[in-house]
Write a protein that binds this ligand. Sequence first.
Ligand code: ATP
Ligand code: MG
Length: 570
Amino acid sequence: MLVSNLFIPTRRDDPADAEVVSHKLLVRAGYMRMLARGIYTFLPLGRRVIRKIESIIREEMDRAGAQEILMPAVQPAELWQESGRWEFYGPELLRFQDRKGSDFCFGPTHEEVITDLVRGDVRSYKQLPINLYQIQSKFRDEIRPRAGLMRGREFVMKDAYSFDVSPEAAAVSYEKMRVAYVAICERMGFEFRAVEADTGNIGGSLSHEFQVLAQSGEDLMVACDHCGYAANVEKAELSPVGGDEERVARGTLTRVETPGTRTVAEVTAFLGVRDTDLVKTIVFLADNEPVAVLVRGDYEANEIKVKAFTGAKEVVFAGEATVHQVTGAPVGFAGPVGLGCRVLADHSVAGLTDFVCGGNEKDLHLRDVNFTDFEVEAFADLRKAVDGDACPRCDEGKLRTYRGIEVGHIFYLGTKYSEAMGLTFQDENSKVKPVEMGCYGIGVTRMMAAVIEQNHDDNGICWPMPMAPYQVWLLTLGRMTDELAAAGQKLHDDLVAAGVEVVFDDRNDKPGVKFKDADLIGVPLRLTLGARGLKEGKVELKWRTDSEFTTIDLDTAAQHVAGLVREAMA
Ligand code: ATP
Ligand code: MG
């Protein structure tokens, strides 16, 4: 392909709203354009990258025995009412009506549609297992679409669903997907971790997130520096530390005025104490019942663990009004003494004596508080993990925190949808049972952004060969003579004949402009042909990530480069 014939509109300036490097580079290098918040058009270069990522995913899904289908993006409300999610999903679900006034939504995910599909045709254990997948656009009306493709509203997802006769068989299907996801992430060249993730109300450990390590990631995870344990911070189990020793109280409870101090930093500074001497009281609503959770001042309460402990369907931080109602004070002054709701305590506070906490009155805190001053229903693991926490799986390791981009998520669903929607089968003994399901997602467009987050420099994108839009970028130096144009065209044609995806920058522009565009667009191999090289029968070869070039013979350049491309694709 010739640059003069391609639509690659590069720009000099970053988009105004761009926060992360992948967003900036994808727009500047001419891969995509924004249509509306979180909604993008992919230009020819972007479309090529998506296709390459999709084919890596397809190959590995097919290898794992999954079969590709394509479901509609528009879904009738009735199915969502059957599963109960029409009520539950909230404003992320884009809902609309057809001309007859029937309710529909644009699919954010496809559990309902696939369950409906399979229940129509599966009757017997003989038809199972099945794993069906699709690659398709999803819509989620995200509250904060940000960071370009990392959190879009319309985005491309690969979603797969497995159907099995038993939890044991479902675990086998799950494991096949886990292996396929590892293979996909490896072929993408990612530095990544498969981390244990929250399974919601199902329990068990059959949920993994595939996290690409990146400072710009929204997710926080921990990994042991000694063994292979890795988990989302929200999920990471923590063993109780301390708290077994006898507590010896020294002081007695005292009220202290703390005008205008609400945060841990403000209170500890005002009272001249450490944050480890303070107990934070966080009020949650667990299925609309207030529950207070105590954690040490330097830790954060974890709503996911509160949800697991209380067995509630939904746990959210209580809003200002509820906090006022429960504590009698504005936010910032909650404390366990005299509190009229359930009080749970994280293990981190179990060993404390004579601590500081809120006084349930505006501008009031309490000092020298002890566990004899109030009732705790239970001590449990209720906080988020932090860097340096002991590993729950091995004796020696410490947990280290990492930021990550969740590019994939695999999940054992159990019979949640099959029971709600009547997807059953007959087993060998003609007994009717609900089908065991799993679901497996990959953010295709998010993956594209994640590749760039891990592969760029100050000048632009540095695509790994397997998902680069083209493999070789050929350009000529200096004034474009007929001779140079002909030699460039011949090398281009030879490369194409050798099976290489090549772009020839045939523009009569200054070398600076051409080099800049080549670096910005980020194709892995660059060939530079100049008048002098042409005379000597030589062409310069440079990898995008190297600073030095080598000189190769023009006669054999195409074969040589084709060999390098093949090597880099493997
Ligand atoms: P997140 O916690 O990031 O919102 P999720 O748990 O909602 O993700 P899933 O429902 O498991 O995500 O979707 C499967 C995959 O789809 C995710 O692993 C992610 O890679 C991708 N994905 C989810 N939401 C978005 C989005 N708004 N933009 C781009 N990709 C997304
Ligand atoms: Mg989400």
